[in-house]
Design a binder for this molecule. Structure first.
Ligand code: PGA
Length: 227
C-alpha cells in the first residue's frame, strides 16, 4: 500500500525534528510518502520514506512572489505533490484550470501528482457524488495518467471522524479505475487505526492519505500494522 502523510500546517521546526527522529522507530513494509511543510523539505532525512509537498505553484519558475515552482522542489529531492486538496480548493479558490497547470508543471519535472477529489456533504445529500468526481477528474484527460495518484477524499469526512461505507467508497473508486486504469487509488478522510479494518474490505483502495493520524506515531504504527 502507498501511505501519504499530510502534515498540513502543523509542527514547528523543533517539533518536526523531534517527529523525524521518532519516526526512525516506525516499522512497515508499506511505501511511505511524507508531505511536511515546505519549510522542512531541506531538513528531511528519512532514508526509507519518499518526500512530497502539499502543493506546488501553477506557474513555472519566474516572477511569482511567494510561489514555489515544481523545478525548485525537484532539485530538493521532492518526488510527489498533493494537488487540489479540498482545503486549498476552499481557502485558496483553486479551480480545475489552476489544478491542471499544477499537474502539467509536475509532470514536466517527472514528479508524481497526488490529485485529491471529493464531494461536500451537501453534494452527497443531493446524490451528486459521482457528478462532482467526474467534473474534478475531467482535467486528467489531457495527461498520461499512469504516473498519477488519485485520492478520493470526501470533504465531509476530512478531520470529522466520519467515513463513508466501503460500498460508497468502492462506487467512486470503481468509476475512477474504469476511466483512469493506470492511476493508483487512495482513500483519505478520517482514516484511522480503528476504522482501517472496515476500510480493508474495499476492493479498490491501494493506499491512504492520512492527515491527523500522520502526527500520532503510536496510532500510525498500529494503522500500518493493520492495513
Ligand atoms: P484527516 O485528513 O485524515 O485528518 O481526515 C485527511 C486529509 O485532509 O488529507
Amino acid at each position: 500500500m502507498k501511505i501519504v502523510l499530510n502534515h498540513k500546517c502543523y509542527l514547528t521546526k523543533s517539533e518536526f525534528l523531534k517527529y523525524q527522529e521518532e519516526f526512525l522507530n516506525i516499522k512497515t513494509s508499506h511505501e511511505l510518502i511524507m508531505c511536511p511543510s515546505n519549510l522542512f523539505v531541506a531538513l528531511f532525512a528519512l532514508p526509507e520514506v519518499s518526500l512530497g509537498v502539499q502543493d506546488v505553484s501553477a506557474s513555472e519558475i519566474g516572477s511569482h512572489t511567494g510561489e514555489i515552482a515544481a523545478s525548485q522542489l525537484r532539485e530538493m529531492n521532492v518526488e510527489y505533490a498533493i494537488i487540489g486538496h479540498s482545503e486549498r480548493r476552499k481557502e485558496n479558490h483553486e479551480d480545475e484550470e489552476i489544478i491542471n497547470k499544477k499537474i502539467e508543471n509536475l509532470i514536466l519535472q517527472e514528479m508524481t501528482p497526488i490529485l485529491c477529489v471529493g464531494e461536500t456533504k451537501e453534494e452527497k445529500e443531493h446524490g451528486k457524488t459521482l457528478e462532482v468526481i467526474k467534473e474534478q477528474l475531467s482535467i486528467l484527460k489531457k495527461h498520461n495518467t499512469k504516473k498519477i495518484i488519485i485520492a478520493y477524499e470526501p470533504v465531509w469526512a476530512i478531520g470529522t471522524g466520519s467515513i463513508p461505507t466501503t460500498e460508497e467508497i468502492d462506487a467512486v473508486l470503481e468509476y475512477i479505475k474504469t476511466h483512469f486504469p493506470g492511476a493508483t487509488l487512495l482513500y483519505g478522510g478520517s482514516a484511522n487505526e480503528t476504522n482501517v479494518t472496515t476500510l480493508k474490505n474495499s476492493k479498490y483502495i491501494e493506499g491512504y492519505l492520512l492527515g491527523g493520524l500522520s502526527l500520532k506515531q503510536e496510532k500510525l504504527q498500529i494503522f500500518l500494522n493493520l492495513c
